[in-house]
Design a protein around this ligand. Structure first.
Ligand code: DGY
Length: 325
């Protein structure tokens, strides 16, 4: 088998890099770093494969990649890729579903607990030396157990969160999905409802939707106004599913008690974003899958996908290539 050029545009663990190097010539270049941008575009001209994450791959980039056969994303989300442009060129787009579900669900439950029990504020209370006497009701949190958890986006991650909430915390679970879907949990532990019901009945609303044309801006002022007064919003899907200005207004109006956000419209979060310092927001730097074990599993799956396509084999997970019009 002939060796091809592979462009690695986001850091990979050494063992996975070695697997690629055993079969192909590798160029390491991250186009989001100004000092590596030129090397990235030079290698792109002869690359048969690309592996990385979170860098927009659209038609102008593809025009500079005449030999490209596969883009292997170290992510489950594919919103950074122009799927129509890739399909039009017959380029296979691979991703890593399945291996990150439990890690993202762990973090989501952590966000629910952190915001409900006010853990970051209480840590600050101790660190700043303000803990001089016992904590008064102004710093009490709210119960998590027994409260209603709503899941918007009942895929693999949504189901993993529902399982933790229902079986571990005794939370009644509601979920909303486009089509009728069995809860996959013991009888009655989770119930499918409409979006308005989900919004009005959830004490903690967990959003795990991918970003598509249907989900972009889905939660705006009208939807947020349907949420139960005093509810918490938790998002680890994609930032642009929520209209951020409407969310800030709902928090300022004390309609919502708080929001825990792992994803934002613009990442990294710009300095001027009110979400960075808002007292009712717990912001995280897009770390749903960021554990040593899970990021390694994602890199391993993405590497396998890349090598399989370059060998002419079907990958473990790819977007179907749509027929050209
Ligand atoms: C994913 O896999 O899509 C995560 O959000 C990390 O980018």
């Amino acid at each position: 088998m002939s060796r091809s050029r592979v462009l690695v545009y986001r850091e990979l663990p050494p063992d996975q890099l070695a697997r690629i190097r055993a079969e192909h010539e590798v160029t390491l270049a991250d186009p989001s770093l100004p000092e590596q941008e030129a090397a990235f575009f030079e290698a792109l001209g002869s690359a048969s494969g690309m592996i990385g994450a979170l860098y927009p791959v659209g038609s102008s980039l593809l025009a500079r990649a005449p030999a490209l056969r596969v883009v292997s994303s170290v992510s489950v989300g594919l919103d950074a890729y122009d799927q129509a442009a890739l399909a039009a060129r017959g380029i296979v787009l691979c991703h890593t579903p399945g291996v990150l579900d439990e890690a993202v669900a762990d973090l989501l439950m952590g966000m629910v607990l952190a915001i409900g029990r006010r853990i970051p504020e209480l840590v600050e209370h101790v660190r700043t030396g303000a803990w001089a006497r016992h904590v008064e009701p102004d710093l009490y949190g709210w119960d998590v157990h027994g409260k209603t958890l709503g899941v918007l986006g009942y895929g693999r991650i949504g189901h993993a969160v529902a399982r933790r909430a229902a079986l571990g915390f005794g939370m009644p679970v509601l979920y909303c999905a486009r089509s009728p879907r069995a809860s996959g949990l013991p009888g009655g532990a989770a119930r499918q409802v409409s979006l308005p019901e989900l919004l009005s009945e959830s004490d903690f609303l967990v959003v795990v939707l991918p970003l598509t044309e249907q989900t972009r801006g889905l939660l705006g002022a009208a939807e947020l106004s349907l949420m139960k007064p005093g509810a918490f919003l938790v998002n680890a899907g994609r930032g642009a599913v929520i209209q951020e200005d409407a969310l800030v207004r709902a928090l300022d109006a004390e309609r919502l008690r708080g929001a825990a956000l792992d994803v934002f419209v613009t990442e990294p979060l710009p300095g001027e974003s009110p979400l960075r310092t808002h007292p009712k927001v717990l912001p995280l730097p897009h770390v749903g899958s960021a554990t040593h074990e899970t990021r390694h599993a994602m890199a391993e799956m993405a590497t396998s996908n890349l090598l399989m396509v370059l060998r002419g084999e079907p990958p473990l997970a790819a977007q179907p290539v749509r027929p050209q019009p």
